[in-house]
Design a protein around this ligand. Structure first.
Ligand code: HEC
Ligand code: HEC
Length: 452
């Protein structure tokens, strides 16, 4: 084993430039390999005109049924590509980040969005083949369009990658962007499950805005006439923007892996050894982006309105919703841990309000689950919404099932080990991600104000 380790170590010299004891925690666990341009679509440099188009679309409320919410409302540059809330406030709300409210009068939101808005860092890396907390969208070469998705045969051809395929969906959700039936034609099509009509209606809107026609023509040589614009072009551009703006691979860990030995503090290096060794994190949070892209049940408390599962309809069965397998109940995707210190609240439903609470949960999941402190959620107050936030967590039967399903074994770590682990997680922050204000366009072609 040791000999094999030495050979592997030697094979790595040159590309990763290290070969001393730090490579190895003594148990044969190896550090991940350094990330490079090759790991990203377009070698990390999507065409500039496409990125520019995508940047405007991402921040433009023109893509929502009622012209009142953009992608950025839930994935904002000022809130580290999330929204800072446990559960987002969708169409009908007003304001940004933790100041966002649930709206007023007949426009007010109908429910909370049932899952936490994930960060969008590094999703332009090819290895992110699975999208959403339950993986309901994924690369699948056996499908005619190349992706398995909730749209089935309705998903159009011509999508550049799975990130572009993802951008087809938020606009089809009544709660997130489309609105309620009766409010606008996009919402009506959404309520009827007619996705092609939604995409066609949005393309019609874009064609009528001269500012967009110019941006589309600059980005795509095959667009000669406004009539050539489709929502697929829009989705591909949005993905190019996300991939380019939020690539984040210059953290202390990256620099360390590229051979800069002093980039990580001694404590962070100790945390790294624990992470890939005794603490067992690297088993699931594997590879260069700290995820094996797989699904596990780790007893994160269930909060919010849920996805319509269970007797009450307020549960969220996670991966089972996609595979139909009972054994996948309460399994959620292993998230990347890049920039994780910035991307709270944590967990698929934002149940944890501090990174440390999330990490400690992993060390003794069922005990942490039972002792869960609900005051740590960040959710804008509204009496009727609040009333169902903890319905599942107060349900003895559901609780027993979530605890029973947990696949994560308790780990005993000393306090100073936990501190080192935290230091390692902080070493996954790319300093360039600390201030993303420059991503925000000054205005968008629809003329709709960008800020609420
Ligand atoms: C109302 C809030 C909201 C809006 C608006 C919104 N999203 Fe999201 N986004 C979410 C939530 C919540 C999820 C996770 C849903 C799930 O996993 O079931 C998500 C998931 C994603 C993901 C997948 C990330 C991953 O790691 O799997 C991407 C990428 C993304 N959104 C991009 C976009 C784009 C592009 C738009 C605009 C076209 C958009 N979002 C609009 C809330 C929002
Ligand atoms: C059995 C697989 C597994 C192991 C081992 C594991 N995790 Fe996780 N981790 C997950 C899953 C699954 C989630 C998402 C759970 C959810 O959203 O409900 C997660 C979520 C997280 C998050 C929250 C990320 C976010 O963006 O919300 C952090 C931080 C984290 N893990 C750190 C660790 C650390 C540190 C260790 C080692 C002590 C560890 N994990 C071990 C599976 C694992």
């Amino acid at each position: 084993m040791k000999r094999l380790a030495v050979i592997l170590g030697l094979a790595l010299i040159g590309t990763t430039a290290f070969a001393d004891d730090d490579d190895d925690d003594g148990n044969g666990h190896y550090w991940p390999t350094a990330v490079s341009d090759r790991d990203y679509y377009d070698n990390g440099e999507p065409p500039a005109a496409k990125v520019e188009l995508g940047r405007h679309l991402f921040f433009d409320k023109v893509l929502s049924g009622n012209f009142n919410i953009s992608c950025a409302s839930c994935h904002h540059s000022l809130t580290d590509t999330g929204d800072g809330l446990s559960l987002p406030v969708g169409e009908g709300g007003a304001g940004l980040g933790v100041t966002r409210d649930t709206g007023t009068g007949s426009d007010a939101v109908h429910e909370r969005v049932p899952r936490n808005a994930p960060p969008v860092f590094n999703l332009g890396a090819r290895e992110f083949e699975v999208m959403f907390h339950d993986g309901r969208l994924a690369v699948d070469p056996t499908q005619p369009q190349g992706f398995l998705s909730p749209a089935g045969a309705d998903l159009p051809a011509g999508l550049d990658n799975v990130l572009a395929a993802q951008a087809m969906f938020p606009v089809t959700s009544g709660t997130e962007m489309a609105g309620q039936p009766g409010e606008n034609p996009v919402a009506d099509a959404a309520a009827a499950g007619d996705l092609p009509t939604i995409w066609a209606l949005l393309a019609d809107r874009l064609r009528e805005l001269p500012g967009y026609v110019d941006l589309f023509q600059a980005a795509y040589p095959d667009i000669n006439d406004p009539a050539d614009i489709t929502y697929v072009h829009a989705a591909n551009a949005i993905a190019a923007f996300e991939a380019s703006a939020w690539r984040a691979d210059n953290s202390p860990l990256d620099r360390f892996l590229r051979g800069e030995r002093g980039a990580m503090s001694q404590s962070a290096r100790k945390g790294m050894r624990l992470f890939y060794g005794r603490a067992g994190c690297g088993g699931c949070h594997a590879g260069s982006f700290q995820t094996d892209h797989n699904f596990y049940a780790i007893a994160v408390p269930q909060i919010g309105p849920g996805k319509g599962d269970g007797v009450s309809g307020h549960d969220d069965f996670g991966r089972e919703r996609v595979t139909g397998l009972r054994s996948d109940r309460y399994r959620f995707r292993v998230p990347t841990l890049r920039n994780v210190a910035l991307t709270g609240p944590w967990g698929h439903d934002g149940a944890f309000g501090s990174l440390e609470a999330m990490v400690r949960h992993h060390l003794d999941p069922v005990v942490s689950f039972e002792a869960y402190d609900r005051s740590q959620v960040t959710l804008p107050f509204r009496e009727d919404l609040d009333a169902i936030d903890f319905l599942m967590h107060d349900d003895e039967l559901a609780r027993a099932e979530i605890a029973e399903a947990c696949e994560l074994r308790p780990k005993r770590l000393r306090e100073r080990d936990i501190r080192a682990l935290m230091d390692f997680l902080h070493a996954l922050t790319d300093p360039a991600s600390l201030d993303l204000r420059h991503d925000v366009p000054k205005s968008v072609p629809s003329g709709i104000p960008i800020f609420d």
